[in-house]
Design a protein around this ligand. Structure first.
Ligand SMILES: [Zn+2]
Length: 249
C-alpha cells in the first residue's frame, strides 16, 4: 500500500479549527496531485513502451526475414523451371544434331546448344546465391524465433506491472478523495469556494503563517501586515498579501 498522506490527514476530529481543517484539506489535495502526477509519469510506463518497441522491432525483423526467404524461394523455383526447360530443349537439339547432315545447320544447332549451356551456368550461379541467401535468412529466423517467447513475456510482464502500480495509485487516490469529502463537509461553503478558486490558480490554496512568513510563497509579511492578519476575526481566514493564498494562523 502506498503511503501518500500522513495519518493526521484523516477525518477531522471533534472541535478542530476551520484553519486546521483547511490545511488538512490542502494536505489531501497536495497528496492527490502528487499521486496523479506520479501516475502520469510512471517508470513502469516507460518500461512498457521499451518492451513494446522491442517487440515491434522483432516483428519488423521477422517480416523482413520472411520476405527474404520467400524471395529466395521464388528465385530458386524460377531457376528450376527454366533449368528444366533448358535441359529438355538441349536434349532435343542434341538428338537433332545427330541426324543433321548440312554443316551450316549443324553449326547453328551447336551455337544454340552452347547458348543454352551458358544460360544454364548462369542459372546455377543465381540459384546458388539464392540458396545462400535463403540459408542465412533461415538461420537468422531460427535465432529470432528463439527469442520470441522472452520478448512477448517481457511485454506482458511490463503491462502487468504498470496495471498493478496504476491500480495501487487509483486506490490511494480514491481513499484520499473520501478524506477530502470529509474535510469539505466541515468547511463553510463560501470559504470552500474561495479555496477552490485560489487552488485553480495557484495549485496550493492554503498555507500556514509561520512567524512573519507565509509558508505558501515563503515571503515575510511586514509587521503591519502580520498585525492585520493576526487581528482578523477568529473565524475569518485572511489572504496572504503577497501570494493571495489563505493564510492560517
Ligand atoms: Zn504567501
Amino acid at each position: 500500500m502506498l503511503s501518500l498522506v500522513d495519518d493526521e490527514n484523516a477525518t477531522p476530529q471533534g472541535a478542530e479549527s476551520t484553519g486546521t481543517i483547511l490545511l488538512r484539506l490542502q494536505g489531501v489535495d497536495t497528496a492527490i496531485d502528487q499521486a496523479r502526477h506520479r501516475k502520469a509519469h510512471l517508470e513502469e510506463q516507460q518500461s512498457l513502451q521499451l518492451a513494446t518497441e522491442h517487440l515491434a522491432s522483432w516483428t519488423r525483423e521477422h517480416h523482413d526475414l520472411d520476405r527474404t526467404i520467400d524471395d529466395a524461394t521464388k528465385v530458386l523455383n524460377d531457376c528450376e523451371t527454366r533449368t528444366d526447360e533448358i535441359d529438355a530443349t538441349r536434349q532435343r537439339l542434341e538428338q537433332q544434331l545427330r541426324t543433321v547432315i548440312a554443316p551450316r545447320e549443324a553449326e547453328a544447332l551447336q551455337h544454340e546448344i552452347a547458348n543454352l549451356v551458358t544460360e544454364r551456368g548462369e542459372l546455377d550461379e543465381t540459384a546458388l546465391e539464392a540458396m545462400e541467401r535463403q540459408s542465412q535468412a533461415e538461420d537468422a529466423m531460427n535465432e529470432l524465433e528463439a527469442r520470441e517467447t522472452s520478448i512477448r513475456d517481457a511485454v506482458a510482464q511490463a503491462q502487468r506491472q504498470l496495471e498493478s502500480v496504476q491500480a495501487e495509485l487509483d486506490d490511494a487516490i480514491a481513499a484520499l478523495e473520501v478524506d477530502r469529502r470529509g474535510f469539505t463537509l466541515h468547511l463553510p461553503e463560501p470559504l470552500l469556494a474561495q479555496y477552490e478558486r485560489i487552488r485553480s490558480k495557484n495549485g496550493v490554496a492554503a498555507a500556514r503563517l509561520h512567524g512573519a512568513r507565509c509558508e505558501g510563497c515563503h515571503l515575510d509579511l511586514s509587521a503591519a501586515e502580520v498585525d492585520e492578519v493576526r487581528a482578523a476575526d477568529e473565524h475569518a481566514i485572511p489572504e496572504c498579501p503577497q501570494c493571495g493564498r489563505l493564510l492560517v494562523r
